[in-house]
Design a protein around this ligand. Structure first.
Ligand code: PMP
Length: 408
């Protein structure tokens, strides 16, 4: 009931929640009372964590903490304004110059998150004279960016350059809907690494297809930043495609260990984003500690190459052992290793049994993935030791047998 006995206008929310619970699709939050790391205290229990995106273990790295503390001492806790008013600090501009040098692009603009980088850049550079062509499994923030654009959009089959070619051929032949004119811009957008399955986009073939039809390519490298390419420069570096991808979006929230996103490309691209990108114009800039720690992370990635080597060594071992135990790890080629379990009820049960065994592996269920493709999504990081991996694998083996997922 609402005030004074009136019916509650928000009562439908309770019904929706009850429905989610009944269908095993309701996910309570687990609460962490330690720093992020390979071992974390979740809901009061110390567990081996396989669920962060802290690929290189930088979120709690001593150099990162020192950089953040020094920035707070010198510049305070907050920036106090949006970038275009009074919130652009030397720390922001320095970080952008360092990122541009790191990515080998003319310029970089940072955003508050990878999510806002996508929702900022896509509607800024596309309008009703343009066409966006998107992989069907692109991240939610790309989808929201497209929704905020006036450009029409078409979807190509996941990681399928032939499907992309067919969409581009049709679009170029037909021209703009209702106009006897070509599109001003055709923007092909793909994730570099797909965050739920861990597969890498076939970027060389995507770039070739785009070039054949005069289209520009945008890659969202959230899960490739710090993971793929020389010193973690991303998928464009990994495939040797520097100079052929017009827009690279990266995140500072995963391997970089802090928070934020960025758009790397030409100086003109940066300049127009500063004038028009709405999250940049209407939301406050990063606090000094965030910008300073991100700068430090870029230096660490170059100075400490063994972190990426360790990340990949751990990844190879973990995947191989899971497969040997009989688990299906899908089509992953990166540290994102999904353990495919099928229905959401088994998956939620699996995750809570793992937790009881001292291992935190989050369940990913509908609507994040299709109803019958529920999974435990794991990421081992550079900070996991052999002992952590042994204990995690023992827990998977035990729970897998108990729930009949692998032969007992
Ligand atoms: N793009 C992709 C492909 C992602 O996986 C994510 C994070 N889940 C984002 C963008 C958003 O990044 P951030 O967490 O920095 O907002």
């Amino acid at each position: 009931m609402g005030p004074a006995g009136t019916p509650d206008p928000l009562a439908f929310i309770g019904d929706e929640l009850a429905d989610l619970r009944e269908r095993h699709l309701y996910r309570p939050l687990r609460v962490m009372s330690s720093a992020q790391g390979p071992v974390a205290v979740m809901d009061g229990r110390e567990v081996i964590s396989l669920s962060s995106n802290d690929y290189l273990g930088l979120s709690n790295h001593p150099r990162m903490k020192r950089a953040a503390i020094e920035a707070v001492e010198r510049y305070g806790a907050g920036s106090g304004a949006v970038r275009t008013i009074a919130g652009t600090m030397t720390l922001h501009e320095t970080l952008e110059a360092e990122l541009a040098a790191f990515k080998h692009t003319e310029a970089v603009l940072t955003f508050q998150s990878g999510f806002t980088a996508n929702t900022g850049v896509i509607p800024t550079i596309t309008g009703d004279a343009d066409l966006i062509v998107s992989d069907e499994l692109n991240h939610a923030s790309i989808i929201d960016g497209m929704r905020l654009s006036k450009a029409p959009r078409k979807v190509f089959k996941h990681a399928d350059p032939e499907s992309l070619r067919a969409v581009l051929a049709e679009a170029v032949t037909a021209g703009r809907d209702g106009h006897d004119q070509p599109y001003r811009l055709i923007l092909v957008v793909t994730d570099g690494v797909f965050s739920m399955d861990g597969d890498i986009a076939p970027l060389p073939a995507i770039v070739e297809a785009a070039e054949a039809f005069g289209a520009a390519v945008m890659v969202d490298d959230a899960h490739a930043s710090g993971v793929l390419g020389k010193d973690g420069r991303g998928s464009v570096s990994h495939f040797g495609l520097e100079g052929r991808v017009a827009i690279q979006v990266g995140t500072l929230s995963k391997a970089v260990g802090v928070l934020g996103g960025y758009v790397a490309g030409s100086q003109n691209l940066r300049d127009i984003l500063v004038q028009r990108a709405r999250p940049f114009l209407f939301s406050t800039s990063h606090p000094p500690a965030v910008a300073a720690a991100c700068s430090e992370a870029i230096k660490i990635m170059v100075d400490e190459p063994w972190l990426i080597e360790r990340l990949w060594a751990n990844t190879r071992r973990f995947k191989a052992e899971l497969t040997r135990l009989g688990f299906n790890t899908g089509r992953s080629e990166t540290p994102i290793t999904p353990v495919m379990l099928g229905d959401s009820e088994t998956t939620i049960r699996f995750s809570s049994r793992l937790f009881e065994e001292g291992v935190f592996g989050t369940s990913v269920i509908f609507p994040t993935v299709a109803l019958d493709r529920a999974r435990i999504r794991t990421i081992v990081t550079a900070a996991h030791t052999d002992d952590h991996l042994d204990r995690a694998l023992a827990a998977f083996d035990c729970v897998g047998r108990e729930l009949g997922v692998i032969a007992g």
